[in-house]
Design a protein around this ligand. Structure first.
Ligand code: FPP
Length: 235
């Protein structure tokens, strides 16, 4: 598997279906989110073995603020808990964690924990794990555009560097969306310009190593020409 993937493959996952997973069991929606955290642990553990260099997980979109307050509070709590419980394990596994998206609307304590975890794991080299939280691709693009307002010339690479504060952002190779939905929902729109898309019926809380391996196997069979005639990006 590893040899058939480009070095440092960037996989981005839209983790969908937590609510339906819970409803199917007669459980409250938040139980689905809690089960979703276990799925996050499984894919983070599997990712480096499967040849993934960067893994971006969509945990909370700008539009998720429209959800009931109790659900929002639980999602904020789950991120905080994940950071508290997982930082040591990420550090040991050589995983660098960063959180992308707006931070100014998060509770101070959560923003502080994010910073601590980012600093603690900053030297991880096995996997670049990015959690998108209060994230909107359109917001990120508009914010980057505002930062360069007045500049005469901006290259595509230069603009891409402005999209995210952390330096390791690279184009997405593969977008996976679970639960049978087939849309991008304002996730990494710029970075996914040439991404391959993979949709699975599997609900996120049921997703695991085998599902990730299956998605990567399907990706490895795709022919990527980036608009040209070879499988290399245009210069
Ligand atoms: C979409 O399913 C999922 C989300 C909006 C939240 C994803 C969050 C997690 C997996 C857990 C958060 C954990 C951390 C560490 C931040 P949905 O609720 O829209 O499901 P549905 O479409 O079946 O209703």
């Amino acid at each position: 598997m590893q040899s058939t993937l480009p070095a440092k493959t960037h996989v981005a996952i839209i983790m969908d279906g937590n609510g339906r997973w819970a409803s199917a069991r007669g459980l409250p929606r938040c139980d689905g989110h809690r089960a979703g955290v276990c799925a996050i642990r499984r894919v983070v553990e599997a990712a480096p073995d499967l040849g993934i260099g960067t893994l971006t997980l969509f945990a909370f979109s700008r539009d998720n603020w429209k959800r009931p307050q109790a659900e929002i509070s639980e999602l904020l709590r789950l991120l905080q808990l994940y950071l508290c419980e997982e930082t040591r394990r990420l550090l040991e596994a050589g995983v660098r964690l960063t959180v992308i998206g707006r931070r100014d609307r998060l509770p101070d304590e959560l923003a502080e924990h994010i910073g601590l975890c980012e600093t603690a794991t900053a030297h991880g080299t096995q996997l670049n794990l990015r959690i998108a939280f209060d994230y909107s691709a359109r917001d990120a693009i508009v914010s980057a555009a505002n930062r360069i307002a007045g500049a005469k010339v901006v290259s595509i690479d230069g603009f891409a560097r402005l999209l995210s504060d952390e330096p390791a952002a690279q184009d997405v190779d593969l977008v996976i969306r679970t639960s049978g939905e087939q849309r991008l929902s304002d996730f990494l729109l710029w970075e996914s310009a040439y991404a391959e898309l993979y949709f699975t019926e599997r609900l996120w809380p049921d997703f695991g190593r085998a599902d990730l391996a299956e998605a990567l196997a399907a990706f490895a069979k795709r022919t990527r020409r980036f608009g040209g005639l070879t499988d290399r990006p245009a210069a």
